[in-house]
Design a protein around this ligand. Structure first.
Ligand SMILES: Nc1nc2c(c(=O)[nH]1)N[C@H]1C(S)=C(S)[C@@H](COP(=O)(O)OP(=O)(O)OC[C@H]3O[C@@H](n4cnc5c(=O)[nH]c(N)nc54)[C@H](O)[C@@H]3O)O[C@H]1N2
Ligand SMILES: Nc1nc2c(c(=O)[nH]1)N[C@H]1C(S)=C(S)[C@@H](COP(=O)(O)OP(=O)(O)OC[C@H]3O[C@@H](n4cnc5c(=O)[nH]c(N)nc54)[C@H](O)[C@@H]3O)O[C@H]1N2
Ligand code: SF4
Ligand SMILES: [Mo]
Length: 683
């Protein structure tokens, strides 16, 4: 076989979608480096993927199908052949399907791979054919998307690279230097040209450390802050009247509703000074090219959708959209879908017309344990994710996974906390072993991914997994058996330059140069205008205009009497990608923690000092860890980093405490609306 070198793209759930060059010798991956030609990542990867060769060749990698031999969750398995594993799945699934119907089957997946076909192809047809339940909602991005669309009619926003031209960069609930690291040089470029950088985040992150100003509201109180900003903009006439008149509807309704939403009103809710809010609003309203950049942090709250809806309306008030470097930048996925990649081709055409029973992705635990579910869920397929660690309220997820009458199939690369509960584990291929195209939610290039080696052992890509499952169930429809080249061809817009994509490893999304999407209005709502007041929102029971409503488990709620601290569970460790990599020694041994982080005042009030052992608890769970006094927090806030394997927390992971209530819109999770009490651990 000799040495081969191919171009690829990182598949991780990360906005950067970096380009790489992978080298294999005699069918073994030996090297992986950033592709210096890649226009966004420019040859750099990150502390996770710099060790990807080790991940691929790790001795603990799953290489063969396995069938459970021990108790559920004990992690005891025997190796099986593919045909034995598939036969077992068909027998067990069909028995349950015969008894309860197809809707007894629950497919759960996430973004373990963001590659177009490996994430999205074939499985919709397969589960449709089985008559299984449908997954709705999502913990990542869906809430912000629906919120933004409520204002604009679409999720199309600014190209984050336009930050280069900004005079004011507002990083709203995003830890750019860590989670979107290849965008940071653009932020610095803007600063070198005179821009001011403001971070709005309850925690003093490494991004906040590097900003010119850090505004540190209590978690989940952004709505109050934004309404007060709107009040100041209107009260002090820092508005673009012509833009509002030409390109929006509902301004008078908004103005009336924020009339009493003064900075003095918002200050105690947000835990900020009224002056800070007023000055911030003035600075925003008096800068033309002001860009708000958000990712996911602020959506993990009960009002996450409203926050993104309201943030999207700020640049409409000030007309920032008219100016290069102004507006609102979030995921750019919509541009890719518009121009280059059609995901609709992967769903059966009749799917929307014949909806099947659905559940919300973050409420897996509830779906598996709700005694009123009729028919009950008796089969779980889980792939491309690690819900036992990543979904909120682990207690419910685990209780579901432990059910002896539940038949669970997990496709994985490693023996995760989820795979341990499987009846059958199927080995999954790695990105360097599969063919794909990879979109990005952080920049406007589509990546190519050429496999450098065949899959190791008996691992298979997700598309091959579902082709094999379809064959085992005797489903012969051609759409269940398309090969990977055909699937890519099906999804790619005819005008995308295939040869450039393959030869360079990336291609610019068509028609996206120098994007100024709303400089002249042209919003995608029915009226063609940005909507301060929305009939569509009202029709689904949401406030007509952006509104502050207290949350049952948020700042100022009654529950604070028992659980006075707001818990944040930051996901982002430099060497972990969500929970991926946390089981690899070379990664977790270099990260410190997990700890219970407390502000010095809150620790002192509980008689706790740095290095003591404490328990954080609420009605969902208890976690005992070492205390770390942290200057990253503010009084009233506790933090437990998320992403470590369950054992690192003594069994109950960070999500054992988090809230599985859904968000206002978008079907996300209110992880961040979690209250706890912390006390010295019992000795
Ligand atoms: N190294 C590394 N990089 C990653 C990941 C990783 O695990 N590790 N994960 C990737 C994934 S899946 C995603 S979605 C992205 C997410 O990227 P980001 O959205 O940038 O990251 P988060 O840590 O989810 O949230 C960002 C910040 O939101 C803050 N926040 C929490 N609640 C609130 C609130 O109510 N209001 C405001 N204003 N801020 C709030 C948090 O304190 C946090 O610092 O990162 C990706 N990149
Ligand atoms: N408390 C708390 N919880 C959170 C968050 C938080 O900030 N705080 N963040 C949330 C967010 S934004 C996200 S995106 C989710 C992420 O949570 P998940 O989507 O569950 O992501 P990971 O934990 O990284 O798990 C991905 C798994 O997919 C596997 N995998 C990778 N590629 C493939 C493949 O091609 N095929 C198959 N079959 N498997 C593959 C990997 O081995 C890995 O175990 O977590 C959410 N959970
Ligand atoms: S995880 Fe993100 S930063 Fe790291 S290589 Fe992949 S896309 Fe780039
Ligand atoms: Mo995410």
């Amino acid at each position: 076989m000799g040495t081969i070198q191919v171009l690829g793209t990182c598949h991780h759930d990360c906005p950067d979608s970096c380009g790489w060059t992978a080298t294999a010798e005699d069918g073994v991956l030996t090297n992986l480096r950033g592709n210096p030609e890649h226009p966004f990542s420019k040859g750099e990867l990150c502390p996770k993927v710099n060790r990807f060769v080790h991940r691929v060749n790790d001795p603990d990698r799953l290489l063969h199908p396995m069938i459970r031999t021990g108790e559920k969750g004990a992690g005891e398995f025997r190796q099986a052949t593919w045909s034995e594993a598939l036969d077992h799945i068909v027998t067990e699934v069909n028995a349950r399907r015969d008894q309860h119907g197809g809707e007894t089957i629950l497919p759960w997946w996430s973004a373990g791979t963001q590659g177009t076909i490996q994430q999205s192809a074939i499985h919709p047809h397969f589960f449709h054919r089985l008559g299984a339940m449908e997954q709705a909602g999502n913990v990542c991005g869906a809430v912000a998307a629906v919120g933004m669309a409520a204002a604009y009619g679409s999720t199309r926003g600014a190209d984050p690279l336009q930050l280069e031209h900004s005079e004011l960069v507002i990083l709203w609930g995003t830890n750019t230097r860590l989670t979107n690291r290849h965008l940071w040089p653009t932020v610095e470029l803007a600063r070198s040209r005179g821009a001011k950088i403001v971070v709005v985040d309850p925690m003093k992150t490494i991004t906040a450390d590097a900003a010119d100003q850090h505004i540190q509201p209590l978690p989940g109180t952004d709505m109050a802050l934004i309404l007060a900003m709107m009040h100041v903009l209107i009260d002090e006439d820092l508005l673009d009247h012509a833009y509002i008149a030409d390109h929006s509807v509902g301004f008078d309704e908004l103005a009336a509703s924020v009339n009493d939403r003064t900075p003095e009103w918002a200050a105690p809710l947000c835990g900020l000074d009224a002056d800070t809010i007023r000055t911030f609003a003035r600075s925003y309203g008096s800068t033309q090219a002001a860009m708000i950049r958000g990712l996911v942090g602020a959506e993990h709250h009960a009002h996450g959708g409203s926050v993104f809806r309201s943030l999207s309306l700020l640049p409409v008030l000030t007309g920032a959209w008219r100016h290069r470097g102004g507006g609102m930048a979030r995921s750019v996925g919509a541009w890719q879908e518009l121009a280059d990649v059609d995901y609709g081709v992967f769903s059966p055409p009749t799917m929307a017309a014949e909806p099947r029973r659905s559940y919300l992705q973050p409420q897996l635990g509830q779906a598996l344990t709700d005694p009123t579910m009729d028919p009950p869920v008796t089969v779980l397929f889980a792939w491309s994710g690690n819900p036992a660690l990543s979904m909120p309220n682990t207690g419910a997820v685990e209780a579901g996974l432990r059910r002896t009458d539940l038949f669970t199939v997990v496709s994985e690369q490693f023996m995760t906390d989820t795979a341990r509960f499987a009846d059958v584990v199927l080995p999954a291929a790695m990105q360097t072993e599969t063919l794909d195209i990879v979109p990005s939610w952080g920049h406007l290039w589509l990546g190519w991914n050429e496999p450098a080696t065949p899959p190791m052992g008996e691992a298979v890509s997700n598309t091959e997994l579902f082709r094999r499952l379809a064959a085992a169930f005797d489903f012969n429809e051609p759409e269940l058996h398309l090969d990977d080249e055909d699937l890519i061809e099906l999804a790619l817009h005819p005008d995308v330059d295939r040869s450039e994509l393959r030869t360079n490893g990336f291609v610019r999304i068509r028609d996206t140069d120098d994007l100024m999407p709303y400089a002249d209005g042209g919003f995608a709502t029915a009226s063609g205008k940005a909507e301060f007041a929305s009939d569509a929102m009202e029709a689904i029971g949401q406030p007509r205009v952006p509104t502050w409503t207290p949350t049952p488990e948020g700042a100022g709620s009654e529950l604070m009497e028992r659980f006075p601290l707001m818990l944040t569970t930051p996901k982002k460790q430099p060497r972990f990608l969500n929970t991926s990599y946390s089981m690899l020694e070379a990664h977790h041994s270099r990260e410190k923690g997990p700890f219970i982080e407390l502000d010095a005042a809150d620790a002192a009030a509980r008689g706790l000092a740095d290095g003591d052992t404490a328990t954080a608890f609420n009605d969902r769970g208890r976690i005992t860890l070492t205390v770390q006094i942290s200057e990253r927090l503010r009084p009233g806030l506790a933090a437990i980093a998320w992403g470590w394997v369950g054992d690192a927390y003594g069994g109950t992971p960070a999500n054992g405490l988090t809230n599985d209530a859904t968000t206002d819109i978008g079907g996300g999770a209110a992880y961040g609306d979690t209250l706890v009490q912390v006390e010295p651990a019992a000795v």
